[in-house]
Design a protein around this ligand. Structure first.
Ligand code: ADP
Ligand code: ZN
Length: 736
């Protein structure tokens, strides 16, 4: 039966009392159910429905959105209940459908990101609070009771809360049964604080004020507009987009701010509070169950005016979005690499167009794609070319390690070492950047040459001194460092090869006794509280040498930090993936941007074996425009994004030959279409991950081709053994 054959015009209704429901399931996820007696369910209503022996949440969906298998009228099961939450707004439903189609992900899996807190779908739990009845009942009152009522007047709380006034709990209970205290049921969820748009307005420079005006205007006009805010590090981008946030608040709407990593939000939250008078609603994995429930419900009801979070905050069912901000929009962490593979920045722009609200993409080093969109006029381009308050940009120089190699067993060369010493002598702070967690990336047996790898992945195990173990950075496997070589059994034969941040920190501590070193990685700064403690240790000077990964590269503002040393500027260039140079450029610019943010000028040195690499030359020369131009030209020559489109298909399974066979039959069924090129199958660089063997196809298509349609047809032509999984990755960022 098709939707229209019965001619029932009502959306969501299919015929008579049939409704279509999308379930939060990974596989088959759209079913028809019977409308419960006396209920008129509408698209968007959140319901609980039977599925086999269980009951699961789902959403009544627009009837024409999905084709489903017909179920005979007499076999339809009724919807169990409508859940007490606001219906999913139409724009959110469209977002789910679009994300599912574009990223070739099951709609139910996308919906699960929206209804991510099952707790929040149930009735608000109420608790009983009490306050003095007015008027008091006509009962005789002893002096003691009158005194107690005096103490309690104007207060409201639970028995326990009220006992803090000094009135005993038993007296409170007596007053309750006498009717002198009246019960007041209240929601267990505390109300979220409301930011005030004009709490503390900053004095903007003329340049900042002009940029703020441009960002504010589309908010005021309430229309979709993608805007790139490109400003050098320290130019005050946050301060400037806060003005657009303020405008959305004045209109009474909601604002979503996406940050690349929640560990980095601490300084951001403090600035928000200083500007708007209270903290925003945070959305991240570190919340307690109660906080998650609270945040979800406040976002869904519209009560939470500003939600800040990592990419998953993008899928909350906001009823009234007036602005979306993606800060550090170029960051690769906006790409989700597990479950539904989506690029949050791109989905944010789509959401803005569905909601009819502006989307601000902020960065000092925009993604090439974003920048080209701005240059072509598709996005408005708003620039802040200077640092705020007259601070100068740091000077960048490279140190050629072929000429001044570090001593054996050390990782900092003499000239860098000397600059560290001089900086510390001036009482200033140093940041040493190496984007590699742990102590050493490889452990090798001197006797037999064995490299210790993960039993589940084709990857080396990384030694971590912090835990005293070897860790796999891909699957989380960890094992104590063996005493003997696991291959030849030789004793005392294992050696650590290469540096991680812990090893660089060890070197600094060894050769510079005056250094107070902190290692800053996701292993040491993994929560907002840890980040706050870290910020304080730097601000008070308890720490003067920071050794860290990319989590140190952005967000922080340490005015006394004047030297940044990039320990291995070549690291990101190895491997040669599509965006290697772009990422190196972004990462080094970001980390360089931590230097000299106050009144003292900053300096950045890059240790490299290839100072002639174009990206490093551009960094040293400060030739940003030249770098983007050269990158764009190279991509255009090769038809690479954004001049062409890419998709990957990753086949994986526990049985290598089944994966291989499936890859071969997929290759035989490959589409032959002009403008589309299928590369592979090839073993993935990460040929085994979590015990699953992996093969990859890379599909390169001309712009404007219906890539997803072609891929769907292709995948439909092949029979899949159930042990082999295929994961489409649209606009892939990782080529592992
Ligand atoms: P960006 O995000 O562009 O690197 P920030 O927004 O972090 O820059 O601003 C850098 C520093 O300058 C911050 O400490 C910020 O508080 C300060 N700042 C920027 N603009 C102003 C302003 N108009 N008034 C006061 N301080 C400002
Ligand atoms: Zn592993």
């Amino acid at each position: 039966m098709s939707t229209s054959s019965d001619g029932t015009p009502q959306a969501g209704r299919i015929a008579g009392n049939r409704v279509r429901v999308l379930l939060c399931q990974h596989g088959l996820s759209v079913f028809d159910y019977k409308m419960p007696e006396g209920e008129a369910l509408q698209p968007g209503d959140v319901v609980r429905v039977p599925l086999g022996p269980r009951q699961v949440p789902g959403v009544v969906w627009d009837a024409d959105a999905f084709a489903v298998q017909e179920v005979a009228e007499n076999r339809l099961r009724p919807v169990a209940a409508r859940l007490p939450v606001p219906p999913l707004p139409e724009a959110t439903r469209k977002l789910v459908a679009w994300t599912s189609r574009y990223y070739m992900a099951p709609a139910g899996a996308v919906l699960r990101m929206v209804l991510s807190v099952s707790d929040a779908l149930e009735e608000a739990k109420t608790i009983l609070e009490y306050r003095v009845a007015d008027p008091l009942p006509d009962v005789p009152l002893t002096r003691k009771r009158l005194e107690a009522l005096e103490l309690l007047s104007g207060k409201q709380g639970t028995v326990r809360d009220l006992s803090k006034t000094g009135v005993t709990e038993s007296m409170i209970r007596t007053l309750v049964s006498a009717g002198c205290l009246r019960p007041v049921p209240v929601a267990a969820d505390a109300p979220v604080p409301q930011p005030e748009p004009d709490f503390a307005q900053p004095v903007l420079s003329a340049e900042q004020a002009a940029a703020a005006d441009e960002l504010r205007r589309p908010v005021e006009e309430g229309r979709f507009a993608p805007l790139l805010l490109e400003g050098v590090t320290g130019s005050g981008k946050t301060e400037v987009y806060f003005e657009a946030v303020a405008e959305a608040l004045r209109k009474g709407g909601q604002v979503l701010v996406l940050l690349p990593e929640i560990a980095l939000t601490e300084p951001w939250l403090n600035r928000f509070k200083a500007r708007f008078g209270c903290l925003p609603t945070a959305w991240h994995s570190d919340l307690s169950q109660k906080e998650r429930r609270r945040a979800w419900r406040a976002a869904a009801s519209g009560e939470a005016k500003v939600v800040v979070g990592a990419r998953s905050a993008l899928f909350l069912p906001y009823p009234d979005l007036k602005l979306i901000v993606v800060d550090e929009e170029h960051e690769t962490t906006f790409k989700q690499e597990e479950g539904v593979l989506y690029q949050a920045r791109d989905v944010a722009v789509m959401r803005g167009s569905l909601e009819g609200c502006p989307v601000i993409l902020a960065s000092a080093t925009p993604a090439l794609e974003t920048r080209l969109n701005a240059e072509s006029g598709k996005y408005a381009h708003i620039r802040l070319p200077d640092r705020f308050g007259g601070a100068s940009m740091p000077a960048i120089a490279s140190l050629d390690l072929r000429r001044t190699p570090p001593e054996r067993g050390r990782w900092l060369c003499e000239p860098l070492h000397k600059q560290v010493v001089e900086t510390l002598e001036r009482g200033e702070q140093v940041l040493l950047f190496l984007n590699r967690r742990g102590y050493a990336p490889l452990t090798l047996c001197r006797t037999c040459g064995e490299r210790i790898t993960c039993p589940m992945c084709s990857a080396w195990l990384v030694e971590h001194k912090l835990t005293g173990r070897l860790h796999c950075h891909h699957c989380g496997f960890a094992t104590p460092i063996p005493a003997n070589c696991p291959s030849c059994g030789a004793a005392d034969s294992l050696v650590a090869c290469g540096p991680g941040v812990e090893r660089v920190a060890e070197e600094v501590e060894r050769v510079l006794p005056e250094a107070k070193v902190a290692v800053v990685t996701s292993d040491t700064v993994y929560s907002p509280a840890k980040a706050a403690a870290f910020v304080e240790s730097v601000e008070t000077g308890a720490v003067n040498v920071l050794v860290g990964t990319q989590i140190l590269a952005k967000g922080y503002h340490f005015p006394n930090l004047t030297l940044v040393g990039v320990v291995d500027a070549d690291l990101g260039l190895a491997g040669g993936d599509l965006r290697a140079a772009e990422r190196t450029f972004q990462q080094i610019t970001q980390v360089a941007g931590r230097a000299g943010r106050g009144s003292k000028p900053g300096k950045v040195v890059l240790q490299t074996y290839q100072p002639e690499a174009p990206v490093l030359k551009a960094l040293v020369a400060g030739d940003i425009e030249g770098f983007y131009r050269a990158e764009a030209a190279a991509r255009e020559r090769h038809g690479m994004p954004p001049f062409g489109r890419l998709a990957a298909l990753i086949l994986s399974g526990p049985d290598l030959s089944a994966v291989n066979d499936t890859a071969q039959s997929l290759a035989r069924a490959a589409p032959r279409v002009t403008g589309l090129e299928v590369l592979g199958p090839a073993p993935a660089p990460l040929a085994m991950l979590r015990g699953r063997h992996r093969m990859r196809f890379l599909i390169k298509a001309r712009k404007g081709m219906p890539l997803q349609t072609i891929l769907n047809e292709w995948l439909g032509r092949v029979r899949w053994p159930c042990s082999v999984r295929v994961t489409p990755d649209i606009d892939p960022q990782s080529f592992l």
